[in-house]
Design a protein around this ligand. Structure first.
Ligand code: ZN
Length: 180
């Protein structure tokens, strides 16, 4: 059962670089989508000569951001993630790890949706479903008849998963991607 979708809300800890270099931590957590709007005066609570802000820590980016970056960059990534739902987050993070390097960050969510073939209990389970989806009624009906009802889907799935489909471990099953 899919759970009710909520939107991903990445957050960033924005700090003052000059303070940091001077051995002090001056910073605050913000929603990442407004990271580009935060000013040095916001962080210090008063006007300051310190100019450069930096994202030192972050959460909720589903693997789309690693390490540190500028607030503007964080806001850009947050914008790219804006229509990703929480249901998709786990699969998206798995996708980023494997396929993220192959396309621009700005296209990640779109590309992920092209590739994603859903959550499944196992590779065998996916193979069975895939066969039903890609076959005609007649062929599918035959699955109830011997010897087709004895198909070893576990074995059949090996061909699929060496021929373009990709499985990543997920809690209680696998995420399937098609990099075709
Ligand atoms: Zn400062």
């Amino acid at each position: 059962m899919p759970t009710l979708s909520t939107v991903i809300r990445p957050r960033v800890w924005i700090g003052c670089l000059a303070c940091y270099n001077g051995g002090r931590l001056t910073g605050e957590w913000y929603d990442a989508d407004i990271a580009g709007l935060v000013t040095p005066a916001d962080l210090h609570g008063r006007e300051t000569s310190h100019e450069e802000l930096w994202v030192f820590d972050h959460e909720g980016f589903c693997g789309a951001l690693e390490g540190e970056c500028s607030p503007h960059e964080a806001a850009e990534i947050a914008e790219a993630l804006a229509d990703l739902s929480e249901d998709e987050a786990g699969a998206f993070a798995a996708w980023v790890e494997v396929f993220g390097g192959q396309s621009d960050r700005g296209n990640w969510v779109e590309k992920f949706r092209d590739d994603y073939r859903g959550f499944h209990d196992s590779e065998a389970d996916f193979a069975h479903e895939w066969f039903e989806e890609t076959s005609g009624e007649e062929e599918t009906a035959r699955l109830t008849v011997w010897p087709f009802n004895e198909i070893d889907w576990e074995r059949a799935s090996h061909e699929l998963f060496t021929g373009g489909f990709h499985a990543e471990d997920a809690p209680g099953g696998i995420y399937v991607f098609c990099a075709c």
